[in-house]
Design a protein around this ligand. Structure first.
Ligand code: ZN
Ligand code: ZN
Ligand code: ZN
Length: 169
């Protein structure tokens, strides 16, 4: 006699399941403390919501943008700009590891940019990061330096070379 196990009918597919967390997600406000729809139906609705619902997409975009903006202003000032070239168009900007261990960090927290922004927020925007535009970021990634840096070094060199020449003339 094992009718002590309560049955709960899913409000969506109408199938009776054991009223346990094996078949239902927890929900304190509902009967038996379980969700009214079974796990399978829940995951189906969630998937539909996420793929097809423009409101969900909008919410996701705006909360992601806010998270991104918070990180950019925390490291790049208000309004945020590239630490190398001063690029200020938000679409070009990203958070960079200033000590160059970005790959290890990405491995630890996952590769999606959103994970980085979440991580930074959770850790109260710790030091060791800066804002770079994608140009400066990619150049550093590929060549280990940014052409902007070389240009500014060249400029200083030519300036110091010119000075004695002009004073001699
Ligand atoms: Zn169901
Ligand atoms: Zn830049
Ligand atoms: Zn640069």
């Amino acid at each position: 006699m094992d009718q002590l196990i309560l049955k709960k009918t899913c409000g969506s597919c109408k199938e009776p399941f054991s009223a346990t967390t094996e078949f239902f997600h927890r929900n304190k406000s509902q009967k038996y403390g379980l969700h009214s729809h079974c796990k399978r139906c829940r995951s189906l609705t969630m998937a539909k919501l996420q793929v097809g619902n423009p409101k969900y997409l909008q919410w996701w975009r705006s909360s992601r943008e806010k998270l991104r903006m918070d990180a950019l202003t925390a490291y790049g000032g208000t309004p945020p700009k590239c630490a190398c070239c001063g690029e200020h168009r938000l679409e070009f900007l990203a958070i960079d590891h200033s000590n160059g261990d970005g790959a290890a960090h990405r491995r630890a927290i996952g590769s999606a940019p959103i994970r980085k922004y979440l991580w930074l927020k959770k850790h109260n925007y710790p030091p060791g990061f800066r804002v770079l535009c994608h140009n400066c970021n990619c150049a550093r990634g590929f060549y280990g330096y940014c052409p902007h840096e070389r240009e500014s070094i060249l400029q200083i060199n030519t300036e110091s070379e010119q000075r004695p020449a002009t004073s001699a003339a």
